[in-house]
Each structure stands twice: as structure tokens, then as C-alpha cells.
Ligand binder design. Structure first.
Ligand SMILES: Cc1cc2nc3c(=O)[nH]c(=O)nc-3n(C[C@H](O)[C@H](O)[C@H](O)COP(=O)(O)OP(=O)(O)OC[C@H]3O[C@@H](n4cnc5c(N)ncnc54)[C@H](O)[C@@H]3O)c2cc1C
Length: 417
């Protein structure tokens, strides 16, 4: 079996791994990208809502109000869906997430995330320009529509909190909303509008364009199983369909599967996934949407994509490998039909993805504790499309001994003890 040696192997060719590979390559490293699929962006980086959320400084948290908790736990709140069989296995990590959600650490996470989130759009623009796919990043911004006075109150509170971090947003009444989105139904009474974020009509094509840039610059993409990773004389080795590849440094960027490898290598993390579904719909008649729109009180988003109007759900709390269930999307579809001009569903069954999460809603970017040469770049939760390029930069700066552009301490694995 042929064997080769490179400076770095990056395991996982989603948005996060591809971006890390490019950032390392830009600093002079020879890099091989390994994925079990033959192409980049086949998993979570395919199915997301396509938002480069350059306003998402404040992390998503669990509710603290007992009535809201009860409503979510009993599956009466369509913004989330709980699969009860998953609870015993997920409870310890979710308990940590709940504790984090109701602590001053939310502000700590927001402060740590701010430079990453604010730098995200620029990092994408640079890569997209270099990859010649600038058309895949649209300057659309996005919109959160409310239905009721209570929803409006919540939206105004959220925007006031975000404005404290310098996020730009404005409010739209029904006329302002229909001026931007003429086909939003009458149930949408007003909206918060974030004008700065970008959106992509095709997140998979974006990841693949970045991967093509990596290959055009001399990087290698090999199909193989990351679980073959083993120590080798000069560092680490992975077996791919093309042979054995060894490297002094290896990056684990396997998205929701990262924890499987980290755990096999002895690292115990309070990792969990928030699963989410999508399905595409035909527009009704000549109706359209110009940008992604969130139905705030029902917790799903509809985005205009190349494949159709993509409805994405909020969080399903389930084990990563629990069988998919249409229950969450079935609950949301009637709400979507009153808010959006959607016609027939394009697929028989929804796509299922998994948001890789840590309880403090920060990714892990940095060295694998106690394993020289191993690096971690995962746990990007709701923001992996957004943060892939900028966390790739942070990781590459740490790995090559440059001064990181932000303090990396909040992102180290050691924060979990
Ligand atoms: C419904 C939904 C909507 C979302 N919307 C947004 C959004 O609008 N904006 C945003 O920023 N984020 C969004 N996200 C989150 C975002 O999609 C993820 O955070 C991001 O895709 C994670 O990227 P990744 O590269 O870490 O993981 P992935 O894209 O899942 O990539 C991991 C890669 O590892 C590979 N792999 C796994 N196991 C192995 C193995 N054993 N051997 C080899 N390869 C392996 C997989 O094949 C895959 O290619 C959304 C997520 C969901 C589910």
C-alpha cells in the first residue's frame, strides 16, 4: 500500500474542515483533506439554512421560565422537538447547557464569539473571491417575522441586546415587511431586519468551490475513514483509498462525528447534537422570497435556495443516530403554509442534519489535550457555515505559531476540565 507524508491531515471536508485546510495551506503547509465521501460538503454543510450569520453574537440558549420549559418538554412549543427516548443519554450534556443558559457565562460566550462572528462575512468574501464563486454569497440580510404583540416584544428585546454588541438591525411594520417580501402572508405583522448578513443559495456548492480552490492550490482530497487514525513514527497516520498518509499534525473537523473520534482517543466532552430537518417546496404561482425569513414564534426558517424554498427546523433533541422522524417538520408545515407562498414538497422525506454542540455554545478550536500534533476544530453548533473560515484562520494561526487574532483560551477543550 503506497504511503506518503504531508505536514497536516485535516479529517472532515465540511465547511469547517475545508476552511481549515485552506487556512493551513495559505501558511505554507502541505495538506491532505480526508473525508468518507468522495466530495466536500455532503453532510451538515449541505443541508443548512445558508445564512452567514454575522449578527449572531449572543448564543442560542434554553429557556429558564418554568412555563416555557414545560411547554418545550411536552412538545407544545413548535420551536423545538424532544425525542424522549434520547433523554437518559443526552441529559448530562443538556443539564450543562441548561446551567450555562441561565448564567453570566452567556455574556462571556458572546464576548468571546464577537470577533469571530463579526469577522465571518469578510472571511467568506475573501475565500469566495479567490474561489471565483462570489455569486454564491448574496448580500441579502435576513428577517425575523413576528405574528403577535408577544412576538414583537421578544424581537425588540433580542434586538436591543444585540445592539449592545454593535449589531445593526431595524424594525419593519407590515408595510415595511411587504415592501421587502411581498409574498409573506398576512399572519406576519412586522419584523426585525438584519441587513448585513450574507446568505448562500447553495451551501454545498459553496463548500465544494472552496474545496476546489484547495485542490487547485496543490492540496489533496482523499476518500477514507477518519477512524483509521493511529499514532505513527512521525506523528499520526490515516489509511485512505489512496494508501497511507502520515503527518506530524492532524485536525479533527468531523462536525457532528468529531466526538466519536475524540472519545476513542480518550477525550470526554459534554458533546451533544441539536438535530434539524429541511425540505424544499415549490413556490406557489410566481411567488418568491428575496432572503431567508424566520417565523420567530414558530421557530423555523424558509430560505430561497437553488433547490427550492428550503424550510429548516429548529432543534430536535435526539441521539445523533436515532432514526429520522417527520414529526417536527409535519408540525411546522401548516404554519409555514400560512406564512409563506409554498406549494408542493419536492422530496418525499425531509433531510436530517445534526448541529454539533458544546454546552457553552462555543466551538472547540485548539490542541487536543495531551496528544501532541492532534488539533480540534468542531462544535460550531448553529453557526458552522458562518464560522468555518474564521475558525480555520484561528486554528491555522495557533498551529503555525502566529499570534492568534483573538484570544484562543475560550475555545480550548480544557475548559471542560
Ligand atoms: C437544519 C440546520 C440549519 C442550519 N443553518 C445554518 C445556517 O444558516 N448558518 C450556519 O452558519 N450554520 C447553520 N447550521 C449549522 C451548520 O450547518 C453546521 O454547524 C456546519 O455544517 C458544521 O460543519 P462541519 O464542517 O463541522 O460538519 P459537516 O458539514 O457535517 O462535515 C463533517 C464531515 O466529516 C465527514 N466525516 C464524518 N465522519 C467521518 C469519518 N469517520 N471519516 C471520514 N469523514 C467523516 C463527513 O462526511 C462530513 O463531510 C445549520 C444546521 C442545521 C442542521
Amino acid at each position: 500500500m503506497p504511503s506518503r507524508s504531508v505536514d497536516v491531515i485535516v479529517l472532515g471536508a465540511g465547511m469547517v474542515g475545508v476552511s481549515a485546510a485552506l487556512a493551513l495551506q495559505a501558511r505554507g503547509a502541505t495538506v491532505t483533506l480526508v473525508d468518507r465521501h468522495g466530495e466536500a460538503g455532503d453532510e451538515t454543510s449541505f443541508g443548512n439554512a445558508g445564512l452567514v450569520q454575522s449578527e449572531a453574537v449572543i448564543p442560542y440558549t434554553l429557556p429558564s421560565d418554568p412555563a416555557a420549559i414545560a411547554s418545550a418538554a411536552l412538545n407544545r412549543d413548535p420551536r423545538a422537538h424532544v425525542r424522549y427516548a434520547a433523554m437518559p443519554a443526552s441529559a448530562p450534556a443538556l443539564w450543562q447547557y441548561f446551567q450555562f443558559s441561565n448564567s453570566p457565562r452567556v455574556a462571556e460566550t458572546a464576548a468571546a464569539m464577537k470577533p469571530l462572528v463579526f469577522g465571518a462575512a469578510e472571511a467568506h468574501r475573501k475565500l469566495a473571491d479567490e474561489a471565483g464563486c462570489g455569486d454564491l454569497l448574496r448580500p441579502t440580510g435576513w428577517i425575523k417575522v413576528w405574528r403577535t404583540a408577544k412576538g414583537e416584544e421578544q424581537a425588540r428585546r433580542d434586538v436591543e441586546d444585540l445592539k449592545r454588541y454593535g449589531v445593526v438591525a431595524d424594525f419593519l411594520d407590515r408595510d415595511g415587511l411587504t415592501a421587502l417580501e411581498p409574498h409573506v402572508g398576512a399572519v406576519g405583522r412586522g419584523a426585525a431586519h438584519f441587513p448585513d448578513p450574507l446568505s448562500t443559495p447553495d451551501p454545498q456548492r459553496l463548500a465544494r468551490a472552496y474545496a476546489a480552490l484547495f485542490v487547485s492550490r496543490g492540496g489533496r482530497f482523499e476518500k477514507g475513514d477518519a477512524m483509521t487514525l493511529e499514532p505513527a513514527a512521525a506523528g499520526w497516520m490515516v489509511t485512505t483509498e489512496a494508501g497511507r498518509v502520515s503527518a506530524r499534525n492532524v485536525v479533527i473537523a468531523l462536525g457532528p462525528w468529531s466526538n466519536d473520534l475524540a472519545r476513542a482517543l480518550g477525550l470526554a466532552l459534554p458533546f451533544f447534537v441539536k438535530r434539524g430537518y429541511h425540505r424544499h417546496y415549490e413556490p406557489r404561482g410566481n411567488a418568491s422570497l428575496n432572503r431567508p425569513v424566520l417565523d420567530l414564534e414558530k421557530g423555523y426558517l424558509v430560505a430561497p435556495m437553488t433547490l427550492g424554498l428550503r424550510l429548516t427546523t429548529g432543534a430536535e433533541f435526539a441521539r445523533p443516530d436515532d432514526p429520522p422522524s417527520p414529526a417536527h417538520i409535519d408540525r411546522l408545515e401548516p404554519f409555514a403554509r400560512e406564512m409563506f407562498p409554498i406549494g408542493a414538497a419536492k422530496e418525499a422525506a425531509p433531510w436530517l442534519g445534526r448541529r454539533p454542540c458544546l454546552p457553552d455554545m462555543r466551538p472547540i478550536v485548539g490542541p487536543f489535550p495531551g496528544k501532541p500534533g492532534l488539533w480540534l476544530d468542531f462544535g460550531h453548533h448553529h453557526l458552522g457555515l458562518t464560522l468555518g473560515p474564521i475558525t480555520g484562520r484561528l486554528l491555522a494561526e495557533m498551529m503555525t505559531g502566529e499570534t492568534p487574532f483573538v484570544d484562543p483560551a475560550p475555545f480550548r477543550a480544557e475548559r471542560f476540565g
